[in-house]
Write a protein that binds this ligand. Sequence first.
Ligand SMILES: [Zn+2]
Ligand SMILES: [Zn+2]
Length: 345
Amino acid sequence: MRPEDILTLTPAGVCCKRGGFHIDPTRPVERALITHAHSDHARAGHGAVLATQETLALMRLRYGENFAGSTQAIRYGEAVALDGVTVTFHPAGHVLGSAQIAVEADGLRIVASGDYKNVPDPTCAPFELVRCHVFITEATFALPVFRHGDPDGEIAKLLGSIKVFPDRAHLVGAYSLGKAQRLIALIRKSGCDKPIYLHGAMEGITRYYEGRGIALGELRLVRGADKASLAGTITICPPSALNELWARRFPDPVNAFASGWMRVRARARQQGVALPLVISDHADWDGLTATIAATGAAEVWVTHGQEDALVHWCGTRGLNARPLDIVGYGEEDEPGEQSAVEARE
Ligand SMILES: [Zn+2]
Ligand SMILES: [Zn+2]
């Protein structure tokens, strides 16, 4: 039995022919197993979807009730048999409901980790290490230059800026699923209990997080707030909204952006970000390499991001690694969806 007899790459993404399913397919398929609800991994239009309850609920919020022919919820650690293949889902620490999917047959275990991070996040279950023979990993920040550091220090920068500019509004660009809620939780953890304002595009997902027991303090919608009352406040919005007409309703706004990419100064400058906050929901270089080593996998498949550096690193460790070159992952800011909501704002 070779790993390729269990999982192979097809035009729709990683496929288990024997079990009759794809993992995070980029095209509509009969049966899809979904790691998490970011739009590059979770698409509408599949026949049947197997995912955690949270991922299914978040997909429903985004795509509507009929996003798939049928759905089945699976709990972390629960085993489901699919035509002689056993699958289990394990926390990936990326966003609420995110999972690594372990596929097992004839004593061989392959773990497809989706997107993951191995640092604490108050808004989702912590990453669980799953020992395996083959580990499928992302490579979003797979360059030694990417070391995310301490997110609390970044929050301190934001709160410090508000002290220096009490008459200005602070707009923080953050992806609407996961990053926005983690940011709010981090701000609360730092001791700030003032109301935090939300762009309308984030309302549904954020309310869902609260419904799952994640305390986020007092949240207000920007809609209807008068300009003067927004001085000295924090508003979380989709990154794309920072440079749109929408931002003109704020008094002299300071633009911040919470992302692992903010480690790259030129990128922050290019996007007109005055206050870059290095906060990421992906593992950094140390996180990726430490995780790969800890899985005990002798073989590593790399799905998306900076594949070359990671494949090279694996080689120096005597691991057999290859890039999968899957097209369609890595775009998490869902521009289409956001502009629809912004139009109503
Ligand atoms: Zn993701
Ligand atoms: Zn991704």
